[in-house]
Design a protein around this ligand. Sequence first.
Ligand code: AVJ
Length: 320
Amino acid sequence: TDLRQPAATPHLKATATTATIAEVSQGLLAPSAWTSPKYLYDALGSKLFEAICALPEYYPTRTEAAIFARHGADIARAVGPASTLVDLGAGNCAKAASLFPLLQPAQYVAIDISYDFLSESLGRLQQRFPAIDMLGLGLDFFSGLDLPGTVRDSKRMFFYPGSSIGNFSPDQAIAFLRQVRANTDADGGLLIGVDLIKDGAVLDAAYDDALGVTAAFNLNMLRHLNLLLGADFDVRQWRHHGFFNPHESRVEMHLEARSEQLVRWQGGQRRFAKGERIHTEDSYKYTRASFVGLLEQAGFAAANVWTDEQQWFAVIHARA
Ligand code: AVJ
C-alpha cells in the first residue's frame, strides 16, 4: 500500500498551527463572524457528512450516482482511459471506486483535508483493487493545488464530484479551476459534479433535514474548534440554519447563538449577542450554462454535460 504523507504536506492535527489560529480568529472576530467550511471535517464531521449523503432530502449524492449509473459508458467513452485519477476531496473514496471499472486508472491519487478518515478508506480500497497504485494526500487545496512529484502527469484526470466546487465563490472557483487546468496536459481533463439551481423548498430541505443530521454536522464544527483551538463553545447554546439564498444563488449555513455568551479560544475571545450568527458554509448552485461559462473562463476548451431527468445535478467532462 502506497499510503503516505509527503513531508512538505501539512495535515490536520489535534493541535492548531499559528496559521490556523490566525485564520480562525480572523473569521470569528470579523463584524459578521464566519469560519471556513473545511473545519466541518474532523473524523466525526466526515462521518456525519456520510450520513447526510444517505438522507432522503439530500438529493445530490443519489442524483449524481444515478447519472453515472445511467450514462457511465458514455462518460467513459468521452473521458477515455485515464492513467492517473486525481480525486479532489475523496472522503470515503466510494465515488472514485465506482469509476475504477469504467476508467481503469493505473494510479489513484486521493486527496482530502481529513487525512485520518481518508487513510482508513484508502487502506480498505487498496485491498479491493490491489493492481492500482494508490496514494493518499492530506491536502488543503483551498489554498493551492501543489501536487507532489509522485503523481504521474500523463493522461491525468481530475475528479471533483459531489458539487464540492460549490464551497468556492464563483471567482474562487475560476481561480481553482485555472489551477486544475494548469496541472493537466493536452490529454488530461476534469470530471466534475455540479449542483444545479432548483426550487428553493427542495434546497432548504436538503440543508435542513428532518432528522437534524445536517444540524449535527454544522454544530460539530464547534466541537472541532473546541478541540483544535481549546475553544469553549457550548454546543447546546447554538442552533443550525441552512437555507437557499436566491439572490446569491447559494445555500448558506449559519450557527445562531441561542443566548448571549462569551466564547474564548486560543487566539481571542468574543461576546456573541443572542441571535448573532456565525456563517459556516456557502454552497453555490449553477445553471448548466453558467458553469460551462466558468470552465471556459478557467481555460478549458470543450465540455460535455450529463444530467438527470429533473435537471437537478450535472456531471461535466471538461477537456484541456
Ligand atoms: C460537500 C460541499 C458538496 O455543499 O452540499 C452538505 C456539504 N453541507 N450539507 C454541500 C454540505 C451541508 C456539501 N459539499
